[in-house]
Design a protein around this ligand. Structure first.
Ligand SMILES: [Zn+2]
Length: 82
C-alpha cells in the first residue's frame, strides 16, 4: 500500500504513508500529514512551531481476512502569534 492507495482506498487526504507493519493478522499503517499541508491549528498560518506529537489509532476496513489498524502521527502545531 502506498500514499496514493491510502487516499483512494481510505479517503485520507493530505496524508502520506510512513510505514507498514504486519503483526499477526493485523496490518498497521503509520500515516503522517504532508509537510506542505502543516498549518497552525488555531489561525491556519504556515509559520509553525511543533509542540508535541499525539499518535491515535483506529480500526480501518479489513483487507481479506486481515485487520487493519491506522496509526496517525498528529503534530500539535502553533505559530508564534498564537
Ligand atoms: Zn496561529
Amino acid at each position: 500500500m502506498n500514499t496514493s492507495s491510502i487516499y483512494h482506498c481510505l479517503g485520507l487526504q493530505d496524508q502520506q504513508l510512513s510505514s507498514t507493519t504486519y503483526v499477526g493478522d493485523t496490518i498497521q499503517l503509520k500515516v503522517k500529514t504532508k509537510k506542505d499541508k502543516l498549518r497552525c491549528s488555531r489561525c491556519k498560518r504556515l509559520h509553525i512551531i511543533c509542540c508535541g506529537v499525539v499518535t491515535p489509532s483506529f480500526k480501518g476496513p479489513m483487507i481479506g481476512k486481515k485487520n487493519r489498524v491506522i496509526i496517525i502521527n498528529v503534530l500539535r502545531l502553533y505559530c508564534k502569534k498564537c
